[in-house]
Ligand binder design. Structure first.
Ligand code: F6P
Length: 548
């Protein structure tokens, strides 16, 4: 990768951005009747519309120059070749192998991982199927009715998001739950909702040391042992981890232990045995459709030319707004209530992967990296934070996601939902100028003074960018496609920012300090000496509230 080429590409984009001053997205549409045709890509039942952006064909060309200068194609080849792209942990990032249904080998540092991947997938799917069908029984010989996934971060967000998104594919006889927070309310409230006699717990943790998961799992184990007897633990627990030896100490039966590999990052692990909750819920066949969706995008990412490559385009648009327009946030708004956890899933995927300020050489990153990712389902978000998206002082680029057909909701509801989604991207782009506002108010019979006073408040600047992902209908394969699109988007951005998207050292310090603080918080006789004045003051106040 030649740094001078990147600097030249960045400089060219900077100059180009200046040349766009005074032009709006609405102007671009007016000037080019083919704009939608030019700026959308279709892939199976999914359409990615990126025409409502502050871009022209020149912008795209320059962004693609940047991608090439940064070595996106070479780095993509290294990723798929199983090279140790996670340089600080000396590991490949080969989650694509988990959804490889092609029969072809995939190599992690020269070793074909597919035989182990397929063996583990078979074992996990056979178990999932036995719970899904009711063949595997609880300690009292009944079929399981409730499945509780205990995990956090990548060991929770994937199963939680996907189980909710695909809920209509889960038979009514099964109820899926997730517990993540070390706040005892999370597990406590779940335990109140489930019949322990027919509840299966999945303990998910890549490292099997994460304090939240270990604490919740131990409490759940106690509840099972206390209610059903110690002997029932074997029937009511299973586990997923890369640290199989640590699971043995917890007392989980070896045939109920499912592994994965250190070349699978936590936030990329939904495709592995970490997807067990989902596989139990939707069954083996649909779980494989989900994997197939991921594989579709791997092929697209590898084969499509960069200018028609959806994850590449998503990444470049993100870089355009983050680094040239100073946009510090990015919203993801699924017009799909069951996709409510998708923004949270993407928060970990994008912010844990690319929330870095040091580049691959250890130097400070020279341009801004990951924005804040946030979102809520539409139409709810419209009645909460959309005011700021339309009229706030910051520009927040948005991804809208919407299905053309509902899965099982009323079509009347769905038409309203769909119309609202289209209306938002249109309003954000088009805006409403002062003259139009005044004309409207005059039409309502307001006096000139009243119009002058009110009109500025009703102006929408417009020119606010968004992409729309339009798809036929939510389905396991479609969800797999959506997730993998964002995964590769994150990868491409990481390459352009020259950072390691696959480590997460930024979560360590807080964990370390929490470990130091726990004994001091637990035991009021411990000294707070050595803590900063604020922390010591808060502990003292907490002790006082607790009554010493
Ligand atoms: O604290 C961050 C993190 O390490 C994530 O990267 C990971 O997904 C999560 O914790 C859970 O880790 P584990 O699966 O090892 O319990």
């Amino acid at each position: 990768m030649a740094t001078h080429n990147i600097e030249a590409a960045l400089a060219a984009l900077d100059a180009h951005k200046q040349s766009l001053a005074g032009q709006s997205i609405a102007d671009f549409f007016r000037d080019d009747p083919d704009r939608f045709a030019r700026f959308h890509v279709e892939l199976d039942d999914l359409l990615f519309d990126y025409s409502k952006h502050r871009i022209t064909t020149t912008t795209l060309g320059l962004l693609l120059d940047l991608a090439r200068a940064a070595g996106v194609e070479e780095r993509r080849a290294a990723l798929f070749a199983g090279e140790p792209v996670n340089s600080t942990e000396h590991r490949p990032a080969l989650h694509m192998a988990l959804r490889n249904l092609s029969g072809r080998p995939m190599f992690a540092e020269g070793h074909d991982v597919m035989p182990e991947v397929l063996a583990e997938r078979d074992k996990m799917e056979a178990f999932a199927e036995s719970i899904h069908n009711g063949d595997a029984k609880s300690a009292s010989g009944e079929r399981f009715t409730d499945i509780v996934n205990i995990g956090i971060g990548g060991s929770d967000l994937g199963p939680a998001m996907a189980a909710r998104a695909l809920a209509p594919f889960v038979p009514n006889r099964l109820r899926l739950h997730t517990v993540s927070n070390v706040d005892g309310a999370d597990l406590g409230d779940t335990l109140k909702r489930v019949p322990l006699e027919t509840t299966l717990f999945i303990v998910c943790s890549k490292t099997f040391t994460t304090i939240e998961t270990m604490t919740n799992a131990a409490t759940a184990r106690k509840a099972i042992a206390a209610t059903l007897g110690e002997a029932a633990v074997g029937d009511h627990f299973c586990a997923v981890s890369t640290q199989l030896d640590k699971i043995a100490a917890f007392g989980i039966r070896s045939d109920r232990v499912f592994g994965f590999w250190d070349w699978v990052g936590g936030r990329y692990s939904i495709w592995s045995s970490i997807g067990l909750l989902l596989a139990i819920g939707i069954g083996k066949e649909k779980f494989e459709e989900f994997l197939r969706g991921g594989q579709d995008i791997d092929s697209h990412f590898v084969e499509a030319p960069l200018e028609r490559n959806i994850p590449v385009l998503m990444a470049l648009l993100g870089v355009w707004y983050r680094d040239f327009w100073g946009c510090a946030a990015h919203a993801v708004i699924p017009y799909d209530e069951r996709m409510a956890r998708f923004p949270a899933y993407l928060q970990q995927l994008e912010m844990e992967s690319n929330g870095k300020s040091v580049d691959l050489t250890g130097a400070r990153a020279r341009i801004e990296t990951a924005p804040v990712i946030f979102g809520e389902p539409g139409t709810n978000g419209q009645h909460a934070f959309f005011q700021m998206l339309h009229q706030g002082t910051q520009i927040v680029p948005i991804d809208f996601l919407v299905a053309v057909l509902p899965l099982c909701a009323d079509i009347e509801h769905h038409n309203l939902l769909f119309a609202n989604c289209l209306a938002q991207s249109q309003a954000l782009m088009q805006g409403r100028p002062l003259a139009e506002v005044k004309q409207k108010l005059a039409g309502q019979g307001l006096s000139t003074d009243a119009i002058e006073a009110l009109a500025p408040h009703k102006v929408f600047d417009g020119n606010r960018p968004s992409s729309t992902f339009l798809y036929k209908q939510m389905a396991p394969r479609l969800l797999g496609q959506l997730i993998a699109l964002y995964e590769h988007k994150v990868f491409v951005q990481g390459v352009i920012w020259n950072i390691n998207s696959f480590d997460q050292w930024g979560v360590e310090l807080g964990k370390e300090l929490a470990n130091k603080l726990t004994p001091v918080v637990t035991d009021a006789s411990r000294s707070t000496e050595g803590f900063d004045a604020s922390t010591a003051g808060l502990i003292a106040a907490a002790r006082a509230y607790r009554g010493g």
